[in-house]
Design a protein around this ligand. Structure first.
Ligand code: CA
Length: 491
C-alpha cells in the first residue's frame, strides 16, 4: 500500500472562468505520476451569489453546474459534465476524489417570507436581545431553475434555526433566531453557542431536513462516484448529526469513505473533545500543527523545535490527523489568514510529508503559486511528495533532541525498493546529526535530494550516518539509487 497524499486542488483566487474542472482532467495523470493519491475538490454546487463565489455560500446542493440558476449554468469551476469528467479522469489514474460538503447554511434565497424571530446577542447567542418580532427572512429556496429534478424538497423558515438578515429592517448586524427554535447543543461553545455561522442556518434536528440531507448525500455519491468528504464548518453543526450522516454514507456506499472535518480550533483538547463526540468517525485537519508551523516560521529561529509536534493532532490522535501547511482560509487576504512564512514552507512540508503519521494535504497555492498575491510555488515540493510516495516507509526513529535542528529516519521496508530516508529540519543555522537508518544500509551511500550538490554520506557498519542540513532548511537524505530516480523524475 502506497502512502496517501491529499492535495487541496484550489486556492481562493483560482481562476473564475469556469476552467478548474478542465484543468483537473488535464492534470490528473501528472498528479498521479508524482505521487498524489487523493484530491480534495472545492464545493461543486451552485453558490448563492457572485459569479466567482468559491462555493461555501451554498445555494442548491443538487445543481453541480447543470441548471440556469443565479444567472448562469456553470459554477465558478465549470459545468456538471466537466465535473463528472474530472472525477472520472482522477479515477482512471487511481486518485480518489474528496468532495467538499457544505451542510451548515444556505445563501441566496429565491424569496423572502415573513416569520417570527428574536434577536440574539451576536457575541453570546444564548442571550436574547429582543422579544419575538416579525421579520422578512431569506429562507425561501424553491430552485425554480431546477424544476424539481433529483429532489422536490422546498426549503422554508421552519427548516432553519436562524438568519442574519431581515429584509424589513435591512440590517446586517443582527442574528435572528426563529420562534420555537433552539441552537444545537453539541456544537462549539464559542460565542455562547456557535451553531449559527452565516446566512440561513440549517436546522439538522428537523426530521425533514435530516432526511433530505441523507438523501442528498446518497444522490451525490451515486451521481458523481466521489470517494470521500471534506465536511465544511463542522464546529457549527450538531456532532451527533455529522456522525449519523457519515455513518449512513459509509453504510450505503459500502466504501471506506475518508471523512475530514474542518473544525477550526488551535487547541488539541477542543479537537479531542469533538473527536470523542463524533465517536472518532472522522478525521480532522491538524489546525494546532498549522499554527505551530506558522509561529515557528515567524520566530526567526527563536523556536524550540523539540516541542514542534507537541499538542498536535498528529501526535495526540495520529489516526485522525490530516496535516497541512496552509489552505484557502489561511492564505493571504482570507478570513483566517495565518500563512506560513515562505522561508519555512519547505521545512513545514518535509515535516508533514515524511512523518509516519497523518495524511498530509498539499495546498494548490503552494504547488502552483498564487498569482493574485504573488506567492511562488514551493521549490522541491514535488520531489518531497515523490519521496513520500516511493521511499517514506518503515520504522521511524525520532531525533527531536535539539532546539534548532530536529529530524528522524525511516528504515524502509521490503515492499518499496530503495525505501528509507534520513530527514533533518533546521529553523536557524546549519548543523549535523548522527542518525540510525538501519544496518541493511551499511556501506551504502546516501544523498540529499533537496540539493543539487552531490554530497555523500556513507552509512557505517552499525547502520548510522552523519547527516548534515543547511541553515533554515530541510535535508532529505535517501539512498543513492533512490536519489538517481528522483533526479530523473524531477522535470
Ligand atoms: Ca449550524
Amino acid at each position: 500500500m502506497a502512502n496517501r497524499t491529499l492535495i487541496q486542488y484550489f486556492e481562493w483566487y483560482v481562476s473564475g472562468h469556469h476552467v478548474l474542472w478542465k484543468k483537473c482532467k488535464a492534470q490528473a495523470a501528472r498528479l498521479a505520476e508524482f505521487g498524489i493519491t487523493d484530491v480534495w475538490l472545492p464545493p461543486a454546487y451552485k453558490a448563492g451569489f457572485l459569479e466567482d463565489n468559491v462555493g461555501y455560500a451554498a445555494y442548491d446542493l443538487y445543481d453541480l453546474g447543470e441548471f440556469n440558476q443565479k444567472g448562469m449554468i456553470p459554477t465558478k469551476y465549470g459545468t456538471k459534465d466537466e465535473y463528472l469528467e474530472a472525477i472520472q479522469a482522477f479515477h482512471e489514474h487511481g486518485i480518489e476524489v474528496i468532495a467538499d460538503i457544505v451542510m451548515n447554511h444556505k445563501l441566496g434565497a429565491d424569496a423572502f417570507e415573513e416569520a417570527e424571530a428574536k434577536c440574539v446577542n451576536p457575541s453570546n447567542r444564548m442571550q436574547d436581545q429582543s422579544d419575538l418580532i416579525k421579520i422578512s427572512a431569506p429562507t425561501v429556496f424553491d430552485f425554480p431553475g431546477r424544476g424539481g429534478k433529483y429532489s422536490n424538497f422546498k426549503w422554508r423558515y421552519e427548516h432553519f434555526t436562524g438568519v442574519d438578515w431581515d429584509n424589513y429592517s435591512k440590517r446586517s448586524d443582527r442574528i435572528y433566531q426563529f420562534a420555537n427554535k433552539k441552537w444545537a447543543e453539541d456544537v462549539s461553545g464559542e460565542m455562547g453557542n456557535y451553531d449559527f455561522l452565516m446566512g440561513a442556518d440549517v436546522d439538522v434536528s428537523n426530521e425533514e431536513v435530516k432526511e433530505e440531507l441523507l438523501n442528498w448525500g446518497k444522490w451525490y455519491m451515486d451521481f458523481t462516484k466521489i470517494d470521500g468528504f471534506r465536511l465544511d464548518a463542522v464546529k457549527h453543526i450538531s456532532a451527533s448529526f455529522i456522525k449519523e450522516w457519515v455513518t449512513h454514507m459509509r453504510k450505503t456506499s459500502g466504501k471506506e469513505m475518508l471523512a475530514i472535518g474542518e473544525y477550526w480550533h488551535g487547541d488539541v483538547r477542543e479537537l479531542g473533545r469533538y473527536l470523542n463526540q463524533v465517536d472518532y468517525s472522522i478525521s480532522l485537519f491538524d489546525v494546532p500543527l498549522h499554527y505551530k508551523l506558522r509561529d515557528m516560521s515567524y520566530a526567526e529561529g527563536h523556536y524550540d523545535m523539540r516541542r514542534l509536534l507537541d499538542d498536535s493532532v498528529l501526535k495526540v490522535y495520529p489516526n485522525h490527523a490530516i496535516t497541512f501547511v496552509d489552505n484557502h482560509d489561511s492564505q493571504p487576504g482570507q478570513a483566517l489568514e495565518s500563512f506560513v512564512n515562505v522561508w519555512m514552507k519547505q521545512v513545514a512540508y518535509a515535516l508533514i510529508l515524511l512523518h509516519k503519521d497523518g495524511i498530509p494535504c498539499v495546498f494548490y497555492g503552494d504547488l502552483y503559486g498564487i498569482p493574485a498575491t504573488r506567492n511562488i510555488p514551493i521549490p522541491r515540493l514535488r520531489t518531497m511528495i515523490r519521496v513520500r510516495h516511493d521511499y517514506a516507509y518503515g520504522t521511524q526513529h525520532d531525533y527531536m533532541d535539539d532546539y534548532h535542528i530536529i529530524g528522524w529516519t525511516r528504515e524502509g521496508d521490503d515492499m518499496h525498493p530503495y525505501s528509507g530516508l534520513a530527514l533533518l529540519l533546521s529553523n536557524q543555522g546549519q548543523g549535523a546529526k548522527r542518525m540510525y537508518v538501519g544496518k541493511q544500509f551499511a556501506g551504502k551511500v546516501f544523498r540529499d535530494c533537496m540539493r543539487k550538490i552531490r554530497e555523500e554520506v556513507v552509512i557505517d557498519l552499525e547502520g548510522f550516518g552523519y547527516f548534515t542540513v543547511q541553515g533554515a532548511s530541510a535535508a532529505v537524505w535517501v539512498v543513492e539509487e533512490a536519489y538517481e530516480q528522483l533526479i530523473i523524475n524531477e522535470d
